[in-house]
Design a protein around this ligand. Structure first.
Ligand code: MF3
Ligand code: CO
Length: 255
């Protein structure tokens, strides 16, 4: 496992990719409403990324066809945008996207409710976000990586929610996916300790059910919960510093 430590210069380029992503998520949020197709969100996402002088990093990744992964209700991740897939009142919609600035990546996901959503869905989205922050509490230089994973998983499970175990967070930098894997549940320690200059995408995927998932056999991408329970996803690119974790993909005052 090779976990890369980023220099100040590299971090400053990542900051741009990440700050832009935070702005993008705030803009895309407005499109999560009844009547909008998931393809419209993808188109808007790509247009804004290019306007920012960046490039989409999901498009073409292993052949993935879009800029924004739009995953609705029981879809966990990698939903493929389509003009025929129209958001309805009460849906919860995860938008997962990222971009490249001068070779450096950002990655982040938010889940938003369309119109009025059920209390069950609200609570799921809330807990998922809390899971991220529970993980973040452990993201200090000198701590073990597994402490992040354990903290996320415990928060979800102690509240009765399922953790998706087949998908993980990751290191990020000049590649979208770098070492290490960042699990969302308790792991035996690999011995890896966090160091300043590491950049991690921490991304709990939490369900109202068991956490077991299946891959869509037709499109080859969409991941759904096996029991069709609702799923929420919340992800940020995080920098480990001497002083503690810094969320690079979030703007002050926003979700
Ligand atoms: N967003 C995913 C992640 O967080 C990666 C998406 S890969 C793609 O790691 F192919 F779907 F774009
Ligand atoms: Co990611």
């Amino acid at each position: 496992m090779a976990v890369l430590i980023k220099t100040e210069e590299e971090i400053s380029l990542m900051r741009t990719a990440c700050r832009n992503l935070a702005v993008l998520h705030e803009e895309l949020k407005e499109f999560v409403r009844p009547g909008v197709s998931t393809l419209e969100i993808d188109r808007k996402g790509e247009e804004l990324i290019r306007k920012m002088g960046c490039e989409p990093n999901f498009k073409g990744y292993d052949g993935y066809p879009a800029t924004v992964c739009v995953s609705v209700n029981d879809e966990v991740v990698h939903g493929i945008p389509s003009k025929d897939k129209v958001i309805r009142e009460g849906d919860i919609v995860s938008l997962d996207t990222g971009m490249i600035y001068k070779g450096w990546h950002s990655d982040g996901a938010r889940t938003w409710g369309a119109g009025k959503v059920s209390e069950e869905a609200e609570r799921l989205m809330q807990i998922t976000e809390e899971c991220f922050f529970k993980g973040l509490e452990k993201a200090y230089a000198g701590s073990f990586l597994y402490e992040i994973s354990e903290s996320i998983g415990e928060w979800a499970e102690s509240h009765g929610y399922g953790v998706v175990r087949d998908l993980v967070g990751h290191g990020i930098g000049m590649k979208l996916h770098e070492d290490p894997d960042v699990y969302n549940f308790s792991q035996e320690s690999s011995g890896l300790r966090l160091q300043p200059g590491m950049t991690l995408a921490i991304e709990p995927m939490i369900t109202c059910g068991s956490g077991d998932v299946i891959w869509d056999r037709e499109d080859g991408w969409t991941v759904r919960t096996k029991d069709n329970s609702l799923c929420s996803h919340y992800e940020n690119t995080v920098l480990i510093t001497e002083e503690g974790p810094e969320i690079l993909t979030r703007q002050e005052g926003n979700k």
